[in-house]
Design a protein around this ligand. Structure first.
Ligand code: F6P
Length: 580
C-alpha cells in the first residue's frame, strides 16, 4: 500500500484555503441570486432525496472540494476496497463489508485471497435465513418443546449497536407474518399489533450486571433463545454476559422443574437455547455452543460494518429473513451509486467533502444527526461508533502523523425531543454545528389528533427547523414585530447554520440499508482524504488491557493496588470502603 497523498499539499487544498479567507456565508443571498440552487444541489440516491442546498457552499467551493477528492485519490481507494486490497494496513486485511450485500449472481464473481467471497457470503446468508425461518415457524423448540418467543442478542459495539438500531427502526415489520406486508419501498408498514412480532428481540451489551438482570427479569427460560454475537469471541463484556445468561438459563429451568442436574442435561439446554455468531468458531465450541448452531463471518468485516453479516441473525429471527434481505438490497443500491457515479454527483462523496470543509476549513468540531423519525432513535448512537471509531485517528495509514484535524464528534437525538433540549445552541450558540435532518413522508403509525395528521405536524417541525437554521431572523425582522431594546439581539437568529435534509418515502428495510450505507461511504470519503485507515481501532485497546490489570486490585490484591497511580489507588480505596 502506497503512502497517502497529503491533502494539505494539493492544489485543491490551497484553493479551498483561499476561498475560506474570503468566505462570507450568505444563504439568503445565495438562494436569492441563484434560482437553480435547490435543483443543482438536490440528488436522488436510490429511494433517498438528499437536499444539500442549505449547506455553506458556493459553486466554487463545491468544485474545489470535488477536486480535493480527485487529487487525494478517493475513487481509487474505493476501487481498491471493493477489489479486496488490504487497505486495513495495520491488521493486513481486506475491507469487504460491501461484499456482504452483493447479489448472489453478481458478476464477475469476487475472489479475494483465494476465497470465493460471493459463494461464502450467500452460503451463510442462506443458512441464517433457514435458521431464522425455523425459529419463527416454531420448528425450532426449546429444551422442553416450547416455541421461541424471545431472542436475546448478547454483544457489544458493532455486535450490538447495528442490530439494536435496525430492530428499533424496523420493528413494525416484525409483526405477525400472517398480516399483509407493505409493498416496499413506497408505503409504510401499517400499525399492526403495536409492532410486536411473533419473536421479540432484546439486546444485552453492557457488562454492568443491571443490563442482563433487567433484560431477562420477565423472560421465560423455556421460550428464550440467546444469540451470542462477537466477532472475536474474546470480548470481556460479551463472554461475561453469555456466562451469566447460561447460569440464568440453568437456574430458571431448574426452578421450573426441568432436570438440569447432569452435565449432559445442562449441555442439552445450552444446545437448545444458545446460538452464536463469530469469526472464531473454535472459541464458540469451547464455550459449549454446538458449532452446528454457529454462523460465521470473516476478518474482512469490521465490527462496526457488520450489521449486514451474520451479526444480523437476531434481526432475521425477529423481523424475518425477507426483511433482512431487503435491508441488504438497500445497502447494495448505495454501493452501486458510489461505484458508478462521477464524484461531482456522488452523494456520499459530496457529503464527506462537506464534512471536510466544515471541520478543516470552518472549524466545526461536531456534527449532529437529527432523525425526524422516532424509529431511528438509536441511529445517532450507531453512527457514533461508525464514524468515531473509524476516523478518530492521529496517524495515517503509513504510520505518519495526520496533517490536519480528523474525525468530528457525531451526536444527536430524534426530533422534536432535541428541539426542546439542545437546539438553542445550534441556532444561537457560538459554535458551528452542521446537522443532517432525516425524515420520512409516511409514518409507521399514521395517527390523527382531532382529525389532524400528527405526522404532518411532526414534519412541519423538520421543515421549520432547517429553514430557521438556514435563513435565521434579522434584527429588522425582530423589530418589525414590535420588539425593542436589548431583547432585539436576544431574539435575532443569525442563520447560515448548515443542514442537509434527507427525505425518504417511508422507513422501509431498503431505505434503512440505504441510510446506513450512505454514512459508511461518507465516513470512507473523509478517511480517504485524511489518509487514515478507517478500519482499525487500536484506540480501544489500552483501556481493555488496563481493566484486566485493575480487576485484581478491585478484589483487594495488594500488589495490584500498589501498582496503580495515586489517583486510581484513591478511587480503589473509595470503592472498597463503600462496597457492601
Ligand atoms: O471495543 C471495540 C470493538 O473491538 C469494536 O470494534 C467491536 O465492534 C466491539 O469491540 C465488539 O467486538 P466483538 O464483536 O469481537 O465482541
Amino acid at each position: 500500500m502506497s503512502s497517502p497523498i497529503d491533502a494539505t499539499t494539493t492544489p485543491a487544498w490551497t484553493a479551498l484555503t483561499a476561498l475560506r479567507e474570503s468566505f462570507s456565508p450568505d444563504l439568503r443571498g445565495w438562494f436569492a441570486a441563484d434560482p437553480e440552487r435547490v435543483e443543482s444541489l438536490t440528488f436522488d440516491l436510490a429511494d433517498l432525496r438528499v437536499d444539500l442546498s442549505k449547506n455553506l457552499i458556493t459553486p466554487e467551493i463545491r468544485a474545489a472540494l470535488v477536486q480535493l477528492a480527485e487529487q487525494t485519490g478517493v475513487a481509487e481507494r474505493f476501487a481498491a476496497m471493493l477489489a479486496g486490497e488490504h487497505i486495513n494496513t495495520t491488521e493486513d486485511r481486506a475491507v469487504l463489508h460491501t461484499a456482504l450485500r452483493r447479489p448472489a449472481d453478481a458478476s464477475p464473481a469476487l475472489v479475494v485471497d483465494g476465497q470465493d467471497v460471493d459463494h461464502d457470503v450467500h452460503a451463510v446468508l442462506d443458512a441464517l435465513s433457514a435458521f431464522a425461518d425455523r425459529v419463527r415457524s416454531g420448528e425450532w423448540r426449546g429444551v422442553t418443546g416450547k416455541k421461541v418467543t424471545h431472542v436475546v442478542n448478547i454483544g457489544i459495539g458493532g455486535s450490538d449497536l447495528g442490530p439494536v438500531m435496525v430492530y428499533e427502526a424496523l420493528k413494525p415489520y416484525g409483526a405477525d407474518a400472517g398480516s399483509p406486508r407493505p409493498e416496499a419501498p413506497r408505503s409504510a408498514p401499517a400499525m399492526r399489533g403495536g409492532g410486536v412480532g411473533r419473536v421479540q428481540a432484546r439486546f444485552v451489551s453492557n457488562i454492568d450486571p443491571t443490563d442482563i438482570a433487567q433484560k431477562t427479569a420477565d423472560l421465560d427460560p423455556e421460550t428464550t433463545l440467546f444469540v451470542v454475537a462477537s466477532k472475536t469471541f474474546t470480548t470481556l463484556e460479551t463472554l461475561t454476559n453469555a456466562r451469566l445468561a447460561r447460569d440464568w438459563l440453568w437456574e430458571h429451568l431448574a426452578a421450573a422443574g426441568v432436570d438440569v442436574a447432569t452435565d449432559e442435561a445442562r449441555s442439552d439446554a445450552v444446545a437448545h437455547h444458545f446460538v452464536a455468531v463469530s469469526t472464531a468458531l473454535d472459541k464458540v465450541a469451547a464455550f459449549g455452543i454446538d458449532p452446528a448452531n454457529a454462523f460465521g463471518f470473516w476478518d474482512w468485516v469490521g465490527g462496526r460494518y457488520s450489521v449486514d453479516s451474520a451479526i444480523g441473525l437476531s434481526l432475521a429471527i425477529a423481523l424475518g429473513p425477507d426483511v433482512f434481505r431487503e435491508l441488504l438490497a438497500g445497502f447494495h443500491a448505495v454501493d452501486e451509486h458510489v461505484s458508478t457515479t462521477p464524484l461531482e454527483r456522488n452523494v456520499p462523496v459530496l457529503m464527506g467533502l462537506l464534512n471536510v470543509w466544515y471541520s478543516n476549513f470552518l472549524g466545526a468540531q461536531s456534527h449532529a444527526v437529527l432523525p425526524y423519525a422516532q424509529q431511528l432513535s438509536r441511529f445517532p448512537a450507531y453512527l457514533q461508533q461508525l464514524t468515531m471509531e473509524s476516523n478518530g485517528k492521529s496517524v495515517r495509514w503509513d504510520g505518519t502523523p495526520v496533517t490536519t484535524d480528523t474525525g468530528e464528534v457525531f451526536w444527536g437525538e430524534p426530533g422534536t425531543n432535541g428541539q426542546h433540549a439542545f437546539y438553542q445552541l445550534i441556532h444561537q450558540g457560538t459554535r458551528l454545528i452542521p446537522a443532517d435532518f432525516i425524515a420520512v413522508a409516511n409514518p409507521a403509525y399514521p395517527l390523527a389528533d382531532d382529525g389532524r395528521d400528527v405526522h404532518g405536524l411532526f414534519l412541519a417541525n423538520f421543515l421549520a427547523q432547517t429553514k430557521a437554521l438556514a435563513f435565521g431572523k434579522t434584527a429588522e425582522e425582530v423589530e418589525a414585530e414590535g420588539t425593542t431594546g436589548a431583547l432585539v439581539a436576544a431574539r435575532t437568529f443569525p442563520g447560515n447554520r448548515p443542514t442537509t435534509s434527507i427525505f425518504a418515502p417511508a422507513l422501509t428495510p431498503a431505505v434503512l440499508g440505504q441510510l446506513i450505507a450512505l454514512y459508511e461511504h461518507i465516513t470512507f470519503t473523509q478517511g480517504a482524504i485524511w489518509g487514515i485507515n478507517s478500519f482499525d481501532q487500536w484506540g480501544v485497546e489500552l483501556g481493555k488491557q488496563l481493566a484486566l490489570q485493575i480487576a485484581p486490585a478491585i478484589e483487594g490484591d495488594q500488589e495490584a493496588i500498589a501498582a496503580q497511580d495515586p489517583s486510581t489507588r484513591a478511587l480503589l480505596a473509595y470503592y472498597r470502603e463503600h462496597r457492601d
